[in-house]
Design a protein around this ligand. Structure first.
Ligand SMILES: C[S@@+](CC[C@H](N)C(=O)[O-])C[C@H]1O[C@@H](n2cnc3c(N)ncnc32)[C@H](O)[C@@H]1O
Length: 210
């Protein structure tokens, strides 16, 4: 049991976990940052945040920034929100929605200083390729959501999917590819830690909005 679990009674813990989940009032219009977070701060968005290890580590490391995770699986959303409450991390919100829809219709325009996309599902079968997150329409939606001069950071272990992503990135308008020298202590995602432990290569791309 952590210090914070001891500090919070069960009701307070549940309330903190509930606060960490962003439930949009209206999914038919773009939200404002004020509807998501109690304070204005630079926003970083993690599409497909999974069990939340990366977004929670980033939020701990950069308490002055706001972090929004988008994840469609309810169990993973709940796990991340409970971990945020346990860790007393107040600068994280998780929304249980689909990534493309959220970027196209819900996130405030020009709001994200950094977008992270770690290990998106590769959908290896050819007839499943239309389900891949990286499509031209996703890049158009990202361009709207990313702030002027903001960044997109992508990682995958799947080489065929990375080649596909690179083609999508080449076609995307309004971004330029920049180098990404990763810091050794930059937080790892759950999938990244898993693949690194197996000695697998990690492919990455970093873009700047121009
Ligand atoms: C392979 S996992 C990677 C999780 C995390 N980013 C990491 O690197 O550890 C992909 C995650 O994206 C979520 N996901 C896949 N497609 C999604 C979509 N269209 N919208 C929202 N979440 C999605 C999955 O539920 C899963 O949690």
């Amino acid at each position: 049991m952590t210090q914070n679990e001891i500090k919070l009674n069960h009701g307070q813990f549940l309330a903190a976990a509930e606060r960490a989940e962003w439930k949009p009032q209206d999914i038919a219009r773009r939200a404002t940052v004020a509807e998501i977070f109690a304070r204005e701060a630079a926003l970083e968005v993690d599409f497909g945040s999974g069990d939340g290890a990366f977004i929670l580590a980033m939020a701990r490391r950069f308490p002055e920034r706001n972090f929004l995770g988008i994840e469609r699986m309810s169990g993973r959303v709940e796990k991340t929100c409970r971990a945020a409450a346990r860790g007393d991390i107040e600068n994280v919100r998780i929304v249980r929605l689909e990534s493309l829809y959220t970027a196209q219709w819900l996130l405030p325009v020009g709001s994200a200083s950094v977008v992270h996309i770690g290990f998106p599902d590769p959908w290896p079968k050819r007839h499943h390729h239309p389900r891949r997150l990286f499509q031209d329409e996703f890049m158009v939606a990202l361009h709207q959501v990313v702030a002027a001069g903001g960044e997109v950071r992508i990682k995958t272990d799947d080489q065929p999917y990375f080649l596909w992503i690179e083609k999508v990135l080449e076609r995307a308008k309004g971004f330029k590819r920049i180098t990404w020298e990763e810091e050794a202590d930059y937080p790892k995602t759950d999938f990244e830690a898993h693949f690194l432990a197996q000695g697998l290569a990690i492919y990455r791309a970093r873009l700047r909005k121009v």
